[in-house]
Ligand binder design. Structure first.
Ligand SMILES: O=C(O)CCC(=O)C(=O)O
Ligand SMILES: [Fe+2]
Length: 193
């Protein structure tokens, strides 16, 4: 279990697992990921350095639509099932998967995941990064940094998912993350489920 830098206490809703997948599984997944047709992340007129591919349900940051897209492919289902178990969910509750490809120099700014989603499980592959977390306080922010080793996983739920923001500074080496998300009540209403 990774320790939080300089923060002995745990943040409610944050769960970490090192060696969530084996090296053999990581190698096989990286081979598959190299074949995935990712495209630059679009936020309104802004094009990010991060490359993405979405499966299942997709929130469009350009027109704020939420729509069903191609299903999670078979090769990701064993990892989806493992992510569901890690989050205490049934496999079928995870209906969305986002692949993020971060080339050197790419990162992800401070944000909270869209309210259409509830639980968030992130799996890291390829190289290490630091997940930065911050929670607004009366006079600033409470900040925590979480090292993300390759093959590790994190769960964002409850307080850390809803009351904290997260981001990742620019990557030094190619890193992939695979994010699995369940739908929130709002997302289920929008999805008609
Ligand atoms: O790369 C990561 O682990 C973070 C991804 C993330 O925060 C997101 O896609 O919302
Ligand atoms: Fe996120």
């Amino acid at each position: 279990m990774a320790d939080l830098f300089g923060e002995p206490e745990r943040i409610p809703g944050l769960k970490l697992a090192d060696e969530f997948i084996s090296r053999v599984d990581e190698t096989a997944l990286l081979e598959r990921l190299a074949e995935v047709a990712t495209s630059p992340f679009q936020f309104q007129q802004y094009t990010g350095k991060r490359q993405v591919k979405t499966y299942g349900w997709r929130y469009d940051f350009t027109d704020a639509s939420f729509a069903e897209v191609e299903p999670i492919p078979d090769w990701l289902l064993p990892l989806r099932d493992r992510a569901a178990a890690f989050a205490g969910l049934e496999p079928g509750e995870i209906v969305h998967c986002l692949i993020n490809r971060y080339d050197p120099g790419a990162g992800i700014g401070w944000h909270r995941d869209r309210p259409f989603f509830e639980q968030v499980v992130g799996v890291s592959l390829g190289s290490a990064a630091v997940l930065a977390l911050r929670q607004r306080t009366a006079d600033g922010f409470r900040r925590v940094k979480v090292p993300l080793e390759p093959r590790s996983a994190y769960l964002l739920s409850g307080e850390v998912r809803h009351e904290w923001e997260h981001g990742i500074a620019e990557h030094r080496a190619l890193r992939w993350s695979i994010t699995f998300r369940s739908l929130s009540a709002k997302g289920r209403r929008r999805a008609g489920r």
